[in-house]
Write a protein that binds this ligand. Structure first.
Ligand SMILES: C=C(OP(=O)(O)O)C(=O)O
Ligand SMILES: [Mg+2]
Length: 447
């Protein structure tokens, strides 16, 4: 009885904070009867999928925080009082109550940003009450009682060059990322990508493309008239850093194709002044997979082109992970639909697309049960919070995508993973290239 009181939610407070684009977002602090405290600040995307839970915001255009103020008021007036007295160590209970109070499937009434703030802050407070880090609490509830398994540190995907909604449309595709598949530790993985970043900046400079433009997630950027050139420049950067493409470092690309494509299969490439149909677009991506050491392609097609995604999964090479972000929107029913249609073979997991930790965890479990890869991801407007790193380890996601190694809201997560690697020592291992699923060895590899 005493323990229950110690972990009961005693107070919930919320306020407006800034995200990394200096736009307002929701911050929340939950305090428990025994004094434990959890605090979370919610991130926000720019290339937002149509099927995400609905955040209450100003559409990204205004900075005055009006919409966020309403989300904050929803925490203070509705959600906080509703969870008061609940046991914060029971995540499912707290999250079910939050969903019930909101009352809409996409959390539009109170706002998914309001709901997630309370969900996360409660979970963090609950973990503190148990005297354990969040990752350990999450791992302990893995199905099959897996906590005796060695913790798995995720393979990072790190933004090197950006375009699309993250970089004022410098190219149409959104992000080209380095994946340090040859790393033997998490620290080594970050060292490798930091070298690639520096060398790629040098490549751009030598081409007279001084990378003055820094993208939302800290990637390099420069206007180009050819999308493939963005992939090529990162691969040159890998070689210029004296690393072996495909052996030390592979490449991932987030096409974010909903931003320039249609559900009917037309892809308008603004920087090339060209429009391709779906077949030509997929043929082009297949060519990239032959020429470059690509291990993962994200959002290759429009989010509502299910038939196209099934086709893409059969025509793009076996060794390449096909990752759904806007396609799945961290929604369990969309993941189930993808599984039944054989559309994509990996799921990007963004907690704010789901709205509660429990919903996001359900997506991870569903994907893992079906043998799909899972990539835990930050948003382009993120915060200094580090809970995402704990989610990646606690859920054994195997992969994480946080942005670059160059901005503090990003390094906060990398540094948390370095801390976990330090603390866990030999008890943890780094996920290897097998996390990309179908076959670990890409084409375009120089050994
Ligand atoms: C992180 C991403 O961007 P955003 O947060 O802008 O959706 C992404 O598309 O994977
Ligand atoms: Mg994406």
């Amino acid at each position: 009885m005493k323990a229950r009181q110690a972990s009961a939610i005693a107070s919930v407070v919320a306020w407006e904070a800034l995200d990394s684009r200096s736009r307002p977002t929701v911050a929340c602090r939950v305090q428990l009867g025994g004094g434990a405290v959890g605090r979370a600040i919610v991130p926000s995307g720019a290339s937002t999928g149509a099927h995400e839970a609905v955040e209450r915001r100003d559409g990204g255009e205004r900075y005055d925080g009006w919409g966020v103020r309403q989300a904050v008021a929803a925490v203070t007036g509705d959600l906080g009082p509703a969870v008061a007295g609940l046991d914060a160590t029971d995540r499912a209970l707290v999250d079910a109550r939050l969903e019930e109070v909101d009352g809409t499937p996409d959390l539009a009434r109170t706002g998914a940003n309001a709901v997630l703030a309370v969900s996360l802050a409660s979970a963090l407070a609950g973990a503190q009450a148990l005297g354990r880090p969040l990752w350990q609490v999450l791992a302990a509830s893995e199905p099959g009682g897996a906590p005796s398994r060695r913790p798995l540190l995720p393979m990072p995907m790190v933004n090197i060059f950006s375009g699309g909604a993250h970089a004022a449309g410098a190219v149409d595709i959104q992000d080209v990322l380095a994946v340090p598949v040859g790393a033997d530790s998490f620290a080594h993985a970050l060292e490798i990508v930091a070298r690639v970043r520096a060398a790629t900046a040098g490549v751009l400079q030598r081409r007279g493309l001084s990378p003055a433009l820094v993208a939302d997630e800290g990637g390099l950027s420069a206007p180009m008239s050819d999308n493939e050139a963005a992939v090529g420049v990162v691969c040159e950067g890998i070689e210029a850093a004296d690393l072996r493409p495909g052996v030390d470092v592979a490449v991932a690309v987030d096409l974010a194709a909903s931003q320039f494509g249609t559900a009917e299969g037309r892809y308008h490439l603004r920087c090339e002044n060209r429009e391709l149909d779906r077949a030509d677009w997929l043929a082009r991506l297949a060519g990239w997979c032959e020429r470059y050491p690509i291990v993962s392609l994200e959002d290759v097609l429009h989010e509502d082109d299910w038939a196209g995604w099934t086709e893409a999964t059969s025509v793009l090479p076996e060794h390449c992970q096909l990752l759904g972000d806007d396609l799945f929107a961290t929604h369990v029913e969309r993941v189930q639909e993808g599984i039944s249609r054989r559309a994509a073979n990996a799921v990007l997991v963004k907690p704010n697309q789901a709205g509660t930790l429990t919903r996001a965890e359900r997506v991870v479990r569903e994907a893992q049960r079906a043998g799909l890869g899972t990539v835990v991801s930050a948003r382009s407007g993120d915060t200094e919070d580090t809970w995402l790193a704990d989610l990646s380890v606690g859920w054994r996601a195997g992969q994480i995508k946080v942005g670059s190694t160059m901005r503090s809201e990003r390094t906060a997560k990398w540094n948390r993973l370095l801390e976990l690697e330090h603390d866990l020592g030999r008890n943890a291992s780094l996920a290897g290239p097998e996390v990309f699923g179908r076959s670990a060895s890409p084409s375009g590899v120089r050994t």
